[in-house]
Design a protein around this ligand. Structure first.
Ligand code: ATP
Ligand code: MG
Ligand code: MG
Length: 348
């Protein structure tokens, strides 16, 4: 069988490895941290950082295809790796999603609705952006933000003075605050043959910037559901994408507004492990390995709950319920750290 190279050995890399293994494929993980979650289940692990060209080259030469569990892979590493094995999803998806300004501009150019946004490089451009967009607004670093990190809320123009300190001077964008009723996401997949399959949208609840629960079905009309899938398909096709993608949407009376997309399997797609015949992890492996996409239709209602930090104290009680338990094998339950998740299958 072929060997899938995975950049990143966190829980997503771990669950991708398990799925690959079920398909008779081997995985080789590249991960700077020792004892990362995927290490337990991968066939091979290289512990090295992204500046280590020798290790990167050996990794790239040992695999048939390269995929990843996070989008902030250094460009220099991608340049080296792309000469050794195909990278799926491709460079366009990575470059677009690594930078919120590029991402939002791409989405707007596709004709999709986004929050109003403006480029912020200094105090003058911040004040100009506030004058244009108004408040409340959110200042976000263009790069590297996740779980709501690297963001500052600007409730009134006076808050602008404090904001650059919060952002430590990093290039940023200002986004107008979207008055949404709830948040949903679509997990979409596109095969090497261009076939597109999307999972049912899930409804997401965040707490302190971190995903808390995903519930399927989401509260949406049939028309909104169709819209959500069409939005995801448009993004997938525009990027000539191969693999699974998570697309985050705000539900508003004026339609669906695209917040961001992640060019990888997504936390809000974990429900598919127990709600579908083919979960997002298998779907992603199928796509990057050049297999046909599988049947992603939903057979059950599911509530996925993340186990974060001290939520792990509830494990003995959770183990007595019918919830499907997925743990990542992380040693220490630090605050804010995703330790695992449970899927409650509500209706068979
Ligand atoms: P993730 O962990 O999903 O990658 P992130 O750090 O990239 O998160 P966003 O998804 O952009 O950040 O924002 C985090 C949350 O903040 C959103 O899920 C939403 O609840 C809220 N939020 C972000 N942008 C806006 C906006 N323009 N208007 C209103 N709420 C917003
Ligand atoms: Mg994000
Ligand atoms: Mg997000």
């Amino acid at each position: 069988g072929a060997t899938i190279g995975i950049l990143g050995g966190g829980q997503l890399g771990r669950m991708l490895s398990v799925a690959a293994s079920r398909l008779g494929l081997k995985t080789h993980i590249f991960e700077p941290e020792a004892n990362a979650p995927a290490g337990d289940v991968a066939h091979k692990v290289t512990t090295a950082d992204y500046e280590d060209a020798v290790a990167l080259r050996a990794f790239g030469q040992s695999v048939d295809v390269i995929t990843y569990e996070f989008e902030n892979i250094p460009t220099s590493a991608l340049d080296l790796l792309e000469s050794l094995a195909p990278i799926h999803p491709g460079r366009a998806a990575l470059a677009t999603s690594q930078d919120r300004l590029t991402e939002k501009t791409f989405l707007r150019d596709l004709g999709l609705q986004t929050a109003p946004f403006a480029d912020v490089t200094d105090m003058d451009s911040l004040n100009a952006a506030i004058a244009e967009i108004g408040t409340p607004a959110i200042l976000k670093t263009r790069r590297m933000g996740y779980d709501g990190k690297g963001q500052a809320r600007i409730m009134a123009p006076d808050d602008a003075a404090q904001a650059p300190a919060d952002m430590q001077g990093a290039p940023a964008i200002l986004e107008g605050f979207v008055d949404f009723s709830h948040e949903v996401s679509v997990i979409g997949a596109r095969g090497a043959d261009g076939a597109v399959a999307c999972y049912d949208p899930g409804e997401n609840v965040h707490e302190a910037g971190i995903l808390r629960t995903t519930t399927v079905p989401a509260r949406m009309t049939a028309a909104q559901r169709t819209d959500a899938v069409l939005i995801a398909a448009r993004i997938l096709n525009a990027l000539d994408y191969v693999g699974v993608m998570g697309v985050e949407l705000f539900v508003t009376p004026g339609g669906l507004i695209v917040n961001e997309f992640a060019p990888r399997v997504h936390n809000s797609g974990h429900w598919t492990q127990n709600g579908c015949t083919i979960c997002q992890f298998e779907q992603h492996i199928r796509a990057v390995a050049g297999w046909p996409l599988g049947d992603g239709s939903r057979h059950s209602d599911v509530v996925m709950e993340n186990l974060i930090g001290e939520d792990m104290d509830r494990l003995p009680d959770l183990a007595k319920t019918d919830a499907a338990i997925h743990l990542y094998g992380k040693a220490e339950a630090k605050p804010g750290r995703k330790m695992g998740h449970v899927n409650r299958v509500v209706k068979a």
